[in-house]
Design a protein around this ligand. Structure first.
Ligand SMILES: [Zn+2]
Length: 709
């Protein structure tokens, strides 16, 4: 009996319990479950296609789709059907009408060897779209702090809406899906035309009761943005906790409803960077597992829709890395969203689509969910080349998932925590904007590895006010290791009482005509005297002149103006504090304009020094590269390396912290090349890589050397 005839629940139960993996020939991938998991190792990537209602409502069109997949064996393991093509919730009658059709279509997919499930696109709703044909009635709309509403999104704490949601999930669970997905409408931020929710009367009262303080919407809004800083921060943290509970309560309802109908049915949730919602992914995953410990699936996402800006791919990879970092290890099926909404083929190339899937596995996923096909009940001709290209990409995705598994990314961490949003605009109005900490993206694109959790940081990079969201323990721990920070963070840390550990203070702030010049210091090596001009008149970024406050604080850059005379002796310095921690304060364009030869070389030397040679790998040559470094299993090193540049990368020199002189490189076509180290540099070996084509990835693997086991 083939695996495909097993009920999905037992299939996923096997994954969760770590039953032995099934060895299958890659020639017949469609006939096996996507990835059968044994402990921490995956055999293959999880690959899914999400299918819009116009492609499945009509049986003939759906058959055409299945045939397209069949013509490209191995293209996907799962076919997931959207309940709706618009984002506000549908009237219950429409869901009830569609459920038997969904059941038929999933059965047809299963007969051809695919797993098939349902993606509930709208649980609480998102944006104002198709309102005349969407859920209406006596439901409370999602409400912002000023009392404005989104008419397409409802309050998840509204009992009438909860009754509706229970009926929807009961109906779809009864259609016998192999799994059910909750989509990313389940969030409290960004339901146009409003931003922050939910401040309906009931939610404000619920929060007031929780705190034991009376609030109106107006007084609560006022309290978040006025008064003493510690009071504000405490109140904001409490609101984040309230948001966590709001989503947790909703998931308890979904879990109970679904598992009453279908015990053990895997539930999945699609996320984004959910800072305003309190980023409580681990707790939400526990709730969705339910008392029977059903498998939980996750789909991290963000917006990358066009070839015009290829760096959206790496930006999204970092968003996704954060979303994976705190998931419990029992969540093994992590399918990145790859979405090409509104699915116009010329907006995004097939190459970029395939690369996205690879980049998101590199940053933490174990598979991918393509949402890239038509939104019309029309022939699929224009999508055929895309499907063929994605089929060709599949073996590389499988390799990445198999080698990287769920081992964490090690490197430079942006310092985010679940409470980061509390520190957003601390001296002004809260909710002025979302606060995904993207300040490390250029550093990470300069050949330095990304980490997404504090526990996997070799260096922590703090920007602006974000330290206000940290606990004293979190700050002290980082300051006893290695931190890279900017002028505003230095001011905050010194005010919080960490002056003795930072080594510097801000002497002055300048907004024009500052130019950085590298001093004669070992970390600057041959680049002493070289300059970097971020052009403050174009790209606004205040310069922080720094003053050492401790013996041993060292100056690495000074500031000059357009006469090239010194205006400040220090705008970048390093200090090793009494805890043994190493600190670099960067007062001049700390996060951007880092990509000339001298600056990128200085930056790499500084990061390596801060980490005390614990960075697991970095690109030491002058290339625009992203890398994600893992230690899967033992002490082997696996690196996904992306040439994020439109020129081929010739002569890339990769330093890897290993005692092994031999590495193996596999490109996206499956070509494997061994490379011998040509140099030893402290605990690192240097490897000179074969040319990497523009916007392509390679997987580097270095075994643990037997002698140092
Ligand atoms: Zn509400």
């Amino acid at each position: 009996m083939g695996m495909i005839s097993l009920p999905a629940a037992s299939l996923f139960a096997e994954m969760a319990t770590g039953a032995p993996a099934h060895a299958e020939s890659p020639a017949t991938p469609r006939r096996v479950p996507a990835a059968t998991i044994g402990q921490q190792s995956l055999e293959r990537a999880f690959v899914c296609f999400r299918i819009g209602t116009p492609l499945w409502l009509d049986e003939a069109r759906f058959t055409e789709l299945l045939e397209l997949f069949d013509q490209n064996p191995g293209i996907t393991d799962e076919i997931t059907l959207f309940t709706s093509e618009t984002h506000p919730p549908l009237p219950l009658a429409v869901i009830l009408e569609r459920a038997p059709i969904l059941k038929e279509r999933m059965k047809a997919a299963r007969e051809r060897g695919y797993r098939s499930g349902i993606n509930v696109l709208a649980t609480i709703g998102h944006h104002e779209e198709n309102l005349p044909n969407s859920l209406s009635g006596d439901f409370t709309a999602m409400t912002d702090p000023l009392g404005n509403v989104c008419r397409g999104t409802f309050c998840p704490n509204d009992d009438r809406l909860r009754a509706y949601i229970a009926q929807v999930y009961e109906a779809v669970a009864k259609a016998q899906p192999d799994y059910l997905w909750i989509d990313d409408d389940v969030r409290l931020w960004g339901h146009a035309p409003i931003k922050a929710g939910c401040f309906c009367d009931a939610c404000v009262q619920r929060f007031a009761q929780r705190l034991g303080r009376p609030f109106t919407r107006d007084s609560l809004r006022e309290a978040f943005s006025s008064g003493a800083l510690p009071d504000k921060l405490r109140l904001r943290r409490a609101w984040l906790e309230h948001n966590r509970e709001t989503i947790g309560d909703l998931f308890r309802l979904v879990e109970m409803t679904v598992h009453t109908v279908a015990p053990g049915l895997p539930l999945g949730f699609m996320t984004g960077d959910r800072f305003y919602e309190g980023y409580d992914f681990a707790a939400w995953a526990e709730i969705l597992a339910g008392p029977q410990r059903a498998a939980v699936l996750w789909r991290p996402g963000a917006g990358t829709y066009r070839d015009e800006r290829l760096a959206d791919i790496t930006d999204k990879a970092h968003d996704i890395g954060r979303q994976v970092a705190l998931l419990p290890t029992h969540v093994q099926c992590i399918e990145s969203e790859v979405e090409s909404f509104p699915y116009q083929r010329l907006k995004k190339s097939a190459h970029a689509t395939a690369l996205e899937a690879a980049a998101y596995i590199a940053s933490g996923c174990t598979g991918t969910a393509f949402n890239v096909l038509s939104q019309y009940d029309e022939p699929l001709d224009e999508y055929r080349p895309l499907v063929a290209r994605l089929q060709g990409a599949r073996p590389f995705l499988d390799l990445l998932a198999r080698v990287l598994g769920r081992a964490p990314c090690l490197g430079i961490h942006s310092g985010w925590v679940k409470d980061t949003y509390a520190a957003q605009n601390p001296d002004g109005e809260w909710f002025a904007g979302p606060s995904a900490p993207s300040h490390c993206n250029e550093i990470w694109a300069t050949g330095l590895p990304a980490a997404y959790a504090a526990s996997h940081a070799c260096v922590t990079a703090w920007s602006g006010d974000q330290v206000l969201a940290l606990t004293g323990d979190e700050i002290r721990t980082a300051l006893a290791q290695g931190v890279y920070l900017d002028g505003p963070t230095l001011t905050r840390l010194n005010a919080l009482g960490y002056r003795a550990l930072t080594g510097f203070e801000v002497a002055d702030v300048r907004h024009e005509d500052c130019i950085e010049e590298l001093t004669d210091h070992p970390l600057n090596a041959a680049f002493a005297g070289r300059s970097r001009n971020g052009r403050q008149s174009f790209w606004k970024c205040p310069t922080y002149f720094l003053r050492p406050t401790a013996d041993g604080a060292q100056l690495l850059s000074r500031c000059v103006n357009y006469t090239y005379r010194e205006t400040a002796p220090c705008c970048l310095g390093v200090y090793e504090n009494r805890e043994g921690g190493r600190v670099c304060v960067a007062g001049y364009y700390p996060w951007e304009q880092l990509q000339n030869l001298s600056k990128s070389a200085q930056l790499k030397a500084i990061m390596r020094w801060l980490s005390k040679d614990t960075l697991p790998a970095y690109v030491v040559s002058f290339h625009r590269m992203n890398l994600w470094v893992r230690h899967p299993g033992d002490r082997s090193v696996a690196i996904a390396l992306l040439n994020s540049y439109l020129d081929p990368a010739h002569g890339v020199e990769l330093l890897v912290r290993t005692g092994n002189d031999l590495m193996k490189i596999t490109d996206m076509r499956g070509v494997e090349t061994p490379v011998q180290a040509d140099l030893t540099d402290g605990p690192y070996r240097r490897f000179r890589l074969p040319t990497i084509p523009p916007w392509e990835m390679v997987l580097v693997f270095v075994e643990q050397p037997a002698a140092t086991a």
